[in-house]
Design a protein around this ligand. Sequence first.
Ligand SMILES: Cc1cc2nc3c(=O)[nH]c(=O)nc-3n(C[C@H](O)[C@H](O)[C@H](O)COP(=O)(O)OP(=O)(O)OC[C@H]3O[C@@H](n4cnc5c(N)ncnc54)[C@H](O)[C@@H]3O)c2cc1C
Length: 310
Amino acid sequence: MARHASPLQSLLVDDRFDGDVYPNEPMSRHTTYRIGGPARFFVRANSVGALTGLIDVCAETNVPWVVVGRGSNVLVSDEGFGGVAVALGRDFRSMRFEDGRFFVGAGATLSSVVQDAFKRNLGGFEFAVGTPGTVGGALRMNAGARDEWIGERVATVTTYRPGAGLQRRRGDELSWGYRTSSFAPDEIIIECELVADVADPFKVRDKMEANLARRKETQPLSQPTCGSVFKNPEGASVGRMVEELGLKGYAQGKARISAVHGNFIVNEGGATAADVRSLMDEIAARVREAYGVSLLPEVRLVGFEEPFHG
Ligand SMILES: Cc1cc2nc3c(=O)[nH]c(=O)nc-3n(C[C@H](O)[C@H](O)[C@H](O)COP(=O)(O)OP(=O)(O)OC[C@H]3O[C@@H](n4cnc5c(N)ncnc54)[C@H](O)[C@@H]3O)c2cc1C
């Protein structure tokens, strides 16, 4: 007897669906770690209609879904993700500048905003130079440096949430914390307005160059990573604690705690998510034992059954 297609399958094979569909797509192709098993479907939605239609079908039929930007802050399990990994395509990549604000789609890269601001002699985004990722991922994570973050730049943001629909809010109606924001877990960032400052172009350039130089000196930029693995506990540095514990350079399979920065784990080629996870467990256990501190991952774990215990 022929099996009936599910509502999700029917949507994805419909010629009118404005998106690109990749069944059983290895997520290692979509993460900066180059790690991750297959997503049941990887779908690039190219319009708001395609995105909302897709998310509604998933929500109504209890199919798990997750949005991915550049995958620069996610670790996907080796088993992959048994649902739909959604990326934002064509219509989400727009950017225009008007009246001191960037109007940006959530699928545009954060670096395109940084570069455009620089060309226009505008300041406010120098902290983000060298941060990979999309604007949507940056807002969700409240990407930033020690004392500056993207949330401070958000004038308005438009999101979609199944059941609640499209919503536009002012940036100050949301909370922005250290690598965290108050968007609901099932809320998708669609676009935003980011405020730029009139600034001295020489100061902007100096600040960007200094930030880039510091990154090159302190981060293993030539290897696949997810940036910082753990959030720094209040008043402490994970990198420093890892160094004091003598864990720098420690390896598990093909994953290694960077010799350059103790809060980075690098994929030396062919590392598995289990290798990375095992290093994360080791670091957390040793830090807890030595300093009595529980570490919280900054990296988002996708497709793992076991939640992380710091
Ligand atoms: C070399 C390197 C350096 C880094 N340096 C920094 C740094 O200096 N500061 C910093 O803060 N981070 C840094 N990061 C981490 C990372 O780049 C940022 O967190 C980035 O903002 C993530 O964006 P992304 O598009 O890759 O998101 P992803 O990694 O794809 O996703 C991150 C989270 O955001 C969610 N998400 C993505 N898009 C959306 C959307 N449109 N709507 C709702 N949720 C969404 C995902 O579901 C996931 O939970 C670094 C990473 C690397 C590899």
